[in-house]
Each structure stands twice: as structure tokens, then as C-alpha cells.
Design a protein around this ligand. Sequence first.
Ligand SMILES: [Zn+2]
Length: 96
Amino acid sequence: MGLHKHQTNSTSFKKGMTPWNKCKTVYERGNRITVNGKIVYEHRQVYEETFGKIPKGFIIHHIDGNNKNNSIENLKLLTQSEHIKLHHKQFKEMTQ
Ligand SMILES: [Zn+2]
């Protein structure tokens, strides 16, 4: 039994950096508030208090575009890609 077990240390793979042009995320801006010592976005907090936890990768969008209007009727749960599309559309309309 003279077997030497060689530890294969092949875990030195580099973490690939995600290119910016590949996944561009439009984060919703808004008021930031402190809840239990944590800084959170007010619109996300309002949504979570009403409907529960926001799934990972989802964004809370302000329907009227006013990110100070954090009433629940003004908040909409969107996927990141839906959100990007929506804001690109708004941006195009604004610049036309
Ligand atoms: Zn938005």
C-alpha cells in the first residue's frame, strides 16, 4: 500500500468578468430607507411588505416614471429584460 494520493488542485480557474455589453441592467432609482439597519430601496420595501419577497433578478418599476411615488399602485414587478426594454422605449420617446 504505497499509494500516494495526489491532491489535484485544479480549482485555480479564473472567474470570468461579465462583459458590460452582454448584460446591461437598468436599476430602478428611488428613495433609500433604512430597515433593520439595512439600506434598502423604498419602492422595493413597499412591494415586499404587500406581496412578499421579490424573486431574484426581478426589478420593481415605477409605472408613472416618478421614482418618488412609492404607492403600491405605482409599482410593477418586471424581469430585468422587460425592464430594460421598457426604459429603452421611454428613452427613445423622450429623445424624439
Ligand atoms: Zn423602471
